[in-house]
Design a protein around this ligand. Structure first.
Ligand code: GLU
Length: 291
């Protein structure tokens, strides 16, 4: 039997709060109950917002909570070559295209469309979908712009991707944290439009790096917050296109703030470091998150 593998994958662009504590502790508990292993992955592709100080803080907070994980820790910023190799496969298969529009150009295009009385679709996060202009550019024009060093991101041709990977339109989700039963969840990656697969400055995006790492690390069980539920459709699609074995998923409840909203990294009073300084114990944190 293969070893079950879980992972906790924070981004070091802020301090950990109670929501992260719940996710990390739940991963640990589920891995222990299943006799599996737990990995820690530092998702720091955003080199402008992620810092070594935040990373050190995360490790300190997790150790204080009593979490332990299998070494080595995988730091995404050290693996750009691996993402680039996978991106090159998608480029060769013409499943991605160079997207040149700046944020301002996208905004102007949508404002103009809406001014003419036509609505413009938004993704599940409320962000307008990428306009179809660049996808329609003739190859000659694409080449000319690239030769002129115009900055561009690589975007997934969602329509072509779905057409070439129809099996990707569902994933297996555990019905509860005992991971005994799964159900099939219908995936609707098209809700996200032509998502970014590689940003202008780096050869990857959040989705691509997660999918590559989960596959390379042999992750069998992804346990993460409900806020990533609909992003799973995009990740399933990438797994299918890249012929990776998909993990199974459990999207857990979110820890909400006193205002009933999702905790954010700027909510200082729910930060683990602040709670520790206020005299709370790891046991108190478990109780606060209902574990
Ligand atoms: N790095 C992501 C975050 O901190 C989590 C990604 C994942 O669990 O798939 O929200």
């Amino acid at each position: 039997m293969t070893l079950l593998t879980f992972r906790f994958a924070p981004s070091p662009n802020g301090e950990l709060h109670l929501g992260h504590a719940y996710s990390a502790l739940l991963n640990q508990q589920m891995a222990a109950r299943a006799g599996g292993r737990l990995l820690l992955r530092i998702e720091d592709i955003d080199i402008t917002r992620c810092t070594p100080e935040f990373e050190a803080g995360i490790v300190r907070d997790l150790k204080w909570l009593g979490l332990d994980w299998e070494e080595p820790v995988r730091r995404q910023s050290e693996h750009f070559d691996e993402y680039k190799a996978v991106l090159d496969r998608l480029i060769a298969e013409e499943l991605v295209y160079p997207a040149f529009m700046s944020r301002g150009e996208i905004r102007a295009f949508i404002a103009e469309t809406e001014r003419r009385g036509r609505g413009w679709p938004r993704d599940p996060d409320g962000v307008p979908l990428y306009p179809p202009l660049d996808k329609a550019l003739p190859m000659k024009e694409r080449k000319r712009r690239i030769a002129e060093n115009m900055p561009f991101a690589w975007r997934l041709d969602m329509k072509a991707a779905i057409a070439s990977a129809p099996a990707a339109l569902s994933w297996l989700e555990f019905t509860d944290e005992t991971i005994t039963t799964t159900r099939i969840v219908e995936a609707t990656p098209q809700d996200w439009g032509d998502v970014i697969v590689a940003r202008r400055d780096i050869p990857t995006s959040y989705h691509l790096a997660v999918v590559v790492d989960d596959a390379l690390q042999g992750v069998s069980h992804v346990v993460r917050g409900q806020d990533l539920h609909s992003a799973t459709g995009v990740q399933r699609l990438l797994q299918e296109l890249l012929r990776f074995t998909p993990p199974r998923y459990f999207h857990h409840r979110l820890i909400l703030g006193p205002d009933g909203r999702k905790l954010s990294k700027s909510l200082k009073d729910t930060g683990l470091a602040a709670l520790r300084q206020a005299g709370l114990s790891p046991h108190d944190v478990r109780r606060l998150v209902g574990l």
